[in-house]
Design a protein around this ligand. Structure first.
Ligand SMILES: *Cc1c(COP(=O)(O)O)cnc(C)c1O
Length: 380
């Protein structure tokens, strides 16, 4: 008997995507900033409580916009975790800046906020917290360092959509934030993202940078009588087809999140006994954080061969994966970045982590198979 493979991820469709795409199609408005884009902007602004939300064609694009908005110059430094996706660092490197990597916390795998201040130099311009797995960084501490040292905070909230820290939405706490709507995230548009502008002084420039460096957005609001080239910018906005798809997803964002949280909790309870027997460690959610079930990961004990566990899962038809190769140890990270302090926890935890299949349409049967397989593989 063969059992179907359980994929690591499967994009969830709400069913309304094609309907809204057809509406955009028949509406004859396909470029960016049409009615669907405006709906998405308003929804995110109300939901996240940010001053301005702007759809982008990816989170990577939103992170690049953050660097342009900060006017990062060659030699400028941005403090960030090494345990993150390449886009956090690329956005800085593309402006000639230097990512400065510090170690992560043992519990959440987020940047260790107690190490940030020591990494600050006269060249430091910003702190880039990354909310790993949709679990908030210690933002109060980070914002306080930024205030005292006159730095900007640029949140990589790619995984943090619909999650909160002390009641505030991730991405809305720093000066700037960024979401991803990539197919692998919770709420999706294939490729897609959003820039969150929380600092009111940066709103106008964000619109300009996103529209090829022109004040086209103001022109369409009737605030200027012609639009002209204002500063260096690019094209970061998605077309209406993408926004129409995303609108269908935003309408269901609560439901998608609730569904993922229930599955996350089911993993969490199902793995409690293995944790008690010290065969794995489960994720830790600090009391100040409400997460969004973006990810369920396990940490293997140091002595366990991760590759063997992944192969065992694969043999049982389960596609589980590891995650980031720490940037400080990657070729480009060594070339462009700088390490501040020890990377002990980054190196150790990243090598022991496995992400389990988690998506809105994961069945309980499939999930039980993952749990039973882990029980068999780790109970040695
Ligand atoms: C997914 C992700 C990104 C990139 O998002 P895209 O929309 O694919 O550009 C950046 N940072 C983190 C932490 C991510 O998880």
């Amino acid at each position: 008997m063969t059992t179907a493979t359980i994929p690591f991820n499967y994009p969830h469709m709400t069913g309304k995507e094609l309907y809204y795409i057809a509406e955009a199609h028949f509406g004859g408005k396909l470029a960016g900033d049409g009615p669907f884009t405006r709906n998405c902007h308003r929804w995110i602004e109300e939901r996240a409580g940010c001053r301005r939300a702007l759809l982008t064609h990816s989170c990577t694009a939103a992170l690049e916009m953050q660097s342009l908005l900060l006017d990062l110059r060659p030699g400028d430094e941005v403090v960030m975790p090494s345990y993150t996706f390449v886009s956090t660092a690329n956005a800085v490197v593309l402006r000639g800046g230097t990512p400065v990597f510090v170690d992560i916390r043992e519990d959440t795998l987020n940047i260790d906020e107690t190490l940030i201040e020591d990494a600050v130099t006269p060249r430091t311009r910003a702190i880039a917290p990354v909310h790993y797995a949709g679990v908030g960084c210690e933002m109060d501490v980070i914002m306080d360092i930024a205030r005292r040292r006159n730095l900007k905070v640029i949140e990589d909230a790619a995984q943090g959509f619909m999650a909160t820290y002390k009641g505030r939405q991730l991405g809305s706490i720093g000066h700037l934030g960024a979401y991803s709507f990539h197919e692998t995230k919770n709420v999706i548009s294939g490729e897609g993202g959003a820039l969150l502008v929380n600092d009111p002084e940066m709103v106008l420039r964000a619109e300009i940078i996103r529209e090829k460096g022109t004040d086209r957005s103001r022109f369409f609001r009737g605030e200027v009588d012609k639009y002209t080239w204002q500063e260096a910018g690019s094209s970061y906005l998605p077309g209406e087809i993408i926004a129409a798809f995303l609108w269908a997803q935003l309408e269901e964002a609560e439901k998608i999140t609730a569904c993922r949280l229930a599955l996350w909790q089911r993993y969490h309870e199902g793995l409690a006994d293995l944790e008690r027997r010290e065969r794995l460690r489960r994720p830790v959610i600090p009391a100040d954080c409400v997460h969004n079930a973006h990810m369920y990961y396990i940490l293997l004990p140091p002595r366990v061969d991760r590759q063997k566990v992944l192969e065992g899962l694969k043999a049982a038809g389960i596609h589980a994966v590891f995650h980031y190769v720490p940037l400080h140890s990657a070729p480009a990270g060594r070339r462009y970045g700088r390490v501040h302090g020890a990377m002990t926890r980054t190196d150790d935890l990243s090598a022991r982590l496995i992400r389990l299949p988690l998506f809105a349409d994961l069945t309980h049967d499939a999930q039980d198979r993952v749990l039973q397989t882990l029980e068999r593989l780790l109970d040695r």
